[in-house]
Design a protein around this ligand. Sequence first.
Ligand code: BGC
Length: 737
Amino acid sequence: MKTQMSTRMLVCALLAAAPAFAQDATSPQPWMDAGKSPDARAALLVAAMTQDEKFALIRSRFAIGEKKPEEALTAAGYVAPIPRLGIPAQTLVDAGLGVTNPGGARTGDHATAMPSGPMTASTWSRDIAFKGGETMGREAWRQGFNVLLAGSVNLQRDPRNGRNFEYAGEDPLLAGTLVGESIRGVQSQHVLSTMKHYALNDMETARNTHSAEIGDRAMHESDLLAFHVAIEIGQPGSVMCSYNRINGTYGCEHDELLNNVLKRDWRYPGYVMSDWGGVHSASKAANAGLDQQSAGEVFDKAVYFDVPLRMAVGAGVVPQARLDDMVHRILRSFIAVGAFEHPPQRQPVDAALDAMGFDVAQRTAEAGAVLLRNENGVLPLAPGVRRIAVIGGHADKGVIAGGGSSMVGWTSRGTSAVTGVQPTTWPGPVMFQPSSPLLALREALPDARIDYAEGRDRAAAARLAREADVAIVFATQWAAESVDLPDMRLPDGQDALIAAVAAANPRSVVVLQTNGPVELPWIEAVPGVLQAWYPGIRGGEAIARLLTGAVNPSGHLPVTWPVDVSQLPRPTIPGLGFNPAQKPEDTIDYDIEGANVGYRWFVAKGLSPRYAFGHGLSYTTFATSDLQVRADGERIVARFTVRNTGERDGVAVPQLYVHLPQGHATPLRLAGWDRIELDAGETREVEVALAPRLFADYHPNDRSWRIAAGDYTVVLGQSAIDTGERAALTLPARRLD
Ligand code: BGC
């Protein structure tokens, strides 16, 4: 009772103290002057706002379900506009693999279901990543949204993480660069992008409670580096703090990560929004740097950023200046992307734009599928191939997608091509994008006889394979937000199916559609393997063009492909399948590998993966030569020659790895790469600027990145374990900005 009374009194006092209406004397709305900087405009606005208006901006509401504000579009979040000040509504929608379009089936909006994050990362192409972002931004804007909850850059530390399909692999430079480009693409359309999930939300098991334990230096040289690179390139309007705890403290209450690292050291000017259900306090979170609570009325124990925060501000526990800073950060981000001048407007469906989005999705899938294995030229399918057996994976209907908040459930091709696959409720339903590889193959090879067996009957599948010139098995693995995969195996007896088909026909090919690496126990019997990730709305067409050679594969793994879980830093996932009667394990010790994520772990431990980070075959071959590396002032530059030594046009992805001086705890790091289209026989001189930060170490004592004086070796390779050409480089000691 006492609390209730004092709450009411405080709120009244606050309302009385705030200006009801404050405006510049000369111009009614000086913050609308686009000639002024976003910060100057935001400052003018904050000065004109009442306390209630400020509080209205720092919490979003869930716009799905019974509490949805009536005027809001059906989507993840909504903040009402403030018309008297010209502040637009904040309309938030998921996510990084396309506009999820929760109301799309009803409204008939079109959205492009993009390929998964690792598939975009496998392109190693800044341009393709940008175009994917641009497509999603454009489609979000045309559906009335100005915030896309896209920009997921958590590092892949474990192939079993249920959300790997939303992320961009294991390397901080590659992931940070491509996600940064995608964010830049989104924001080019006057739609804010939200980089997430900050930080170390690298596993889904017990994600709302577990603590990621990791030392300062290791954290900065791995996950935080990925975030930092993405911020520098993409300048996202917002950053979403994560559910989990980091060294014991919740992501959305983490003073060190939010205030010190993000906002002070990285000079991040945007705002921090919580993940949905990630807030546990008012003053602690606000003082630690959280700027906006997301959908607290549905997902948190309380709407902390309403009455509890008003009390805290009234009592001086949270300074008024902090509240003003929260509002300022939100407003300046919307102003910076042009959301005031270009408010999103629902547009009628435009078939040409829809087709453009689908083309971007297809190009991404074509460039991001990774040809893992190709023995005896089993691929591309020979032009005269007469009989093909296509088996399994619902290839007659579509391609699988990942589950959870990022799932695009509706496109102009309608909804899932396959229904009833379990689970049908959260984090399902299991979605198959309507893009059939079988139909696309039939269209591409009209003279071939292509039969289909759904694969549940292994003997029937083997019979069909035996009669064919080539047998292609489509294998799927579904993964979803909020749950990790129990192991690295293909589910539902698919390994046995593949083994049976391979025994029946030595010219067998497996097309994998998975979250990421899986065990391949049948690999010696299968000459061709194409990793097609979750390939999106034109996945079927892209796969057909790759298999037939209309497109030459050029994807390279953005993750190491382990043989099995015994090679991982944590063969068992802490907390997975715990006995509810016991206390669950609630910490994950990331210090086991520290900054040695993925290939760095494999090299440090002398382990041989199934396929190395960076691996990817082509239907042609490439040779590199004449590597020279020099320090040019602050720049470190590699020059070399690449030649297409085969008979087909293709795309080379030469990679440059730095080996640190003897005795360094991190054995090697990707420092640069290029993606070069080369005609058959063509030679090109290439110059690649290497990232100085990858030659440096992070020093927690003075929070600096410093290159140690010493001898470095740069290796030019086609994967992380390729022992290609080497160049020596001696560097003086240097502190980076
Ligand atoms: C996810 C976020 C997502 C949010 C809103 C959360 O469960 O972790 O990635 O943006 O929901 O849907």
